[in-house]
Design a protein around this ligand. Structure first.
Ligand code: SAM
Length: 253
């Protein structure tokens, strides 16, 4: 089963399973956001449990792989200036340096290639921008026999349980750790803040046109009169090589 299929099945019960358990640390994590005026990527936005806690003083782009999760999230937009993109965190359909900050709540340890997801996050982030991570990570050398035993099954249906954050970070030398705190589950769940200090020569950069092909599907929460209007308003952020297919069927919140 693919992660997209399993999250399609999980969408109706996701909030019930995850919402209350992580409410405290989610609020704690979002308190790290700056106060105003930034363009923030919500990477792996899920059912939008973050949305009601976000300040309306920023502009947001929310990306997720699973249409059923995005559909659940739509009513949570409230007053936020927010655009939806259906796409893959491991191959983001955005230009280099598109965002001021990126939220990574429960996505880095979920995707099959965590290194690629963080590398892509670094690529689309401007220098000086921050990454706000909240996820489950093993420490280097930590045995965690049960988590490693169940990982082959778990990674197919919901999440990897064997991800060592330090290994993931090693693939993104342009990022440095600002802060790293254990927040739950005996330190398995950590809140990490990263800052982009240098650009890096990343595969899939803006010089690599073909690698962006068909990476994302775009929808806006603000109604537009035509597909052209939507594409035009996205031009500063969406990579020009992807020719995004618009999703008129997405209900505006
Ligand atoms: C555990 S949920 C986290 C959702 C949300 N960030 C939260 O904190 O509740 C993981 C989300 O990642 C999405 N996902 C899985 N693989 C993905 C990928 N390759 N690219 C983007 N999103 C992905 C799933 O559809 C799901 O919505």
């Amino acid at each position: 089963m693919s992660l997209r299929s399993s999250y399609t099945l999980l969408a109706p019960v996701y909030d019930w399973l995850i919402g209350p358990a992580l409410a405290r640390v989610r609020a704690q994590s979002l308190a790290r956001l700056p106060s105003a005026g930034a363009h923030i990527l919500i990477n792996g936005a899920g059912t939008g449990l973050d949305l009601p806690l976000l300040p309306a003083t920023h502009r947001y782009t929310a990306l997720d792989l699973t249409r059923a999760m995005i559909n659940k999230a739509q009513p949570r937009r409230g007053r936020l200036d927010l655009q939806w993109v259906q796409g893959d965190s491991q191959r983001l359909p955005f230009r280099n340096d598109s965002f001021d900050h990126v939220l990574l709540h429960l996505i880095l340890a979920i995707v099959p290639d965590s290194r690629a997801a963080l590398r892509e996050t670094a690529r689309v982030l401007r220098i000086g921008g921050r990454v706000f991570v909240l996820d489950k990570f093993l420490r280097p050398g930590e045995m965690a026999p049960l988590r490693r035993l169940f990982n082959p099954l778990m990674r197919r249906i919901v999440t990897r349980t064997d991800v060592v954050f330090e290994d993931v970070l090693a693939g993104s030398p342009g990022l440095r750790v600002i802060d790293d705190q254990p927040v739950m589950a005996g330190g398995w769940i950590r809140m990490v803040t990263l800052e982009k200090i240098t650009a890096q020569d990343l595969p899939g950069g803006s010089s690599s046109a073909s690698s962006f092909s068909g990476r994302g599907q775009v929808s806006q929460t603000t109604p537009t009169s035509s597909a052209t209007a939507t594409a035009t308003s996205n031009k500063n952020q969406i990579n020009p090589f992807i020719a995004p297919r618009l999703l008129p069927g997405f209900a505006d919140a």
